[in-house]
Design a protein around this ligand. Sequence first.
Ligand code: CAO
Length: 424
Amino acid sequence: MKALEGVRILDFTHVQSGPTCTQLLAWFGADVIKIERPGTGDITRGQLQDIPKVDSLYFTMLNHNKRSITLDTKNPKGKQVLERLIKECDVLVENFGPGVLDRMGFPWETINRLNPKMIVASIKGFGPGPYEDCKVYENVAQCTGGAASTTGFRDGPPLVTGAQIGDSGTGLHLALGIVTALYQRTNTGKGQRVTCAMQDGVLNLARVKLRDQQRLAHGPLKEYSQYGEGIPFGAAVPRAGNDSGGGQPGRILKCQGWEQDPDAYIYFITQAPVWEKICDLIGEPTWKTDPEYATPPARLPKLNAIFARVEQWTMTKTKFEVMDLCNAVDIPVGPILSMKELAEDQSLRATGTVVEVDHPTRGKYLSVGNPIKLSDSPTEVERSPLLGEHTEEILRDVLGYDHSGISEIQQSGAIGAPQAIAAE
Ligand code: CAO
């Protein structure tokens, strides 16, 4: 069996943050029923479309293993159906704008009355406070959660990262909150609210920078490059370029082929415990005992020169050769892998971290599979549903409507006209 078999999720999520959460729960075996607005559905179905009139990769890569029901929850009949779904499901997950669920007529009190065991999980941009009514997207969260102010180079503007720490990061946080609440429910029998603010999620991931903010009160941050360069610190944690957050000096260095290949680089750390091995590898054995280089404090003011010397060596090798040579002597390094290289990586295919999925209207495409591996609950990635593909099935099998009940709902306009399902 799958870990979450028997758990039914009413998935009211859209765009990225909420769908990443419910996709994980689906991969662990939950029955995820995605409610979508008739006609349009999740807005991402039509965003960044690479093939006209085909569900976008944006949508398909965030909504695997789910079922889709179209339902206009502002239609009176639609509201009745929603009430029945609330009674049949264990968890409701939503990432609507602030107040939307209340305006729809389903505040927590109503849901709790309809189904006291239901867990109601929400993502919002901000927690209670001055910004609680604001709508928020990924980069807004990266900026308001402290990531952007600490990302980039000291003399450049703040930067956002490619990793979706605001959306997918908060989705991950919410998934943990949901399974924790489900566990608590096994003892209490009661539902509860689970909320994650994207600002909080990003700040949690930027925790080491709040650490550094407090260290600043006691002197300069010596592992930051600017310390070695003699540049004074201001009142807030500065952007640290590619310095390592763990306190060990690190840089991204050029490797062979960097002139043509924008990803021919490697992350190199002059970690104190492996300093002697680094000296031998790059051909500077005297640095092992020379007091000017032998200790981390002696090296701090010379990091630019030291990394320039290491780079002279890395530029004579490909990033994969540097990886092999360094790891042979336990020096951790990180080749900069492009999305193309990751897509083609056979070991990631073998573990199911990169999977090929077949879709009835799109054909085959690559996706990221479940990065969390459970030995007793393996993940099989199934394609995302077409809009409204399971509407009748859910009305019949989950809610017990008979033929006339379903046609009454159809007549009311609450479910729209489901798309024809293409032959698979
Ligand atoms: N039937 C009828 N109406 C529906 C419906 C359905 N099935 N599903 C949604 N709606 C309606 C809502 O009731 C709402 O109507 P009202 O505003 O009249 O109450 C309307 O759709 C809009 O919902 P929304 O505010 O959630 O959507 P938006 O496009 O305006 O905003 C977003 C999108 C993401 C900014 C906002 O949802 C948000 O801030 N979410 C929380 C934070 C978050 O998750 N952000 C990350 C998104 S990924 O980058």
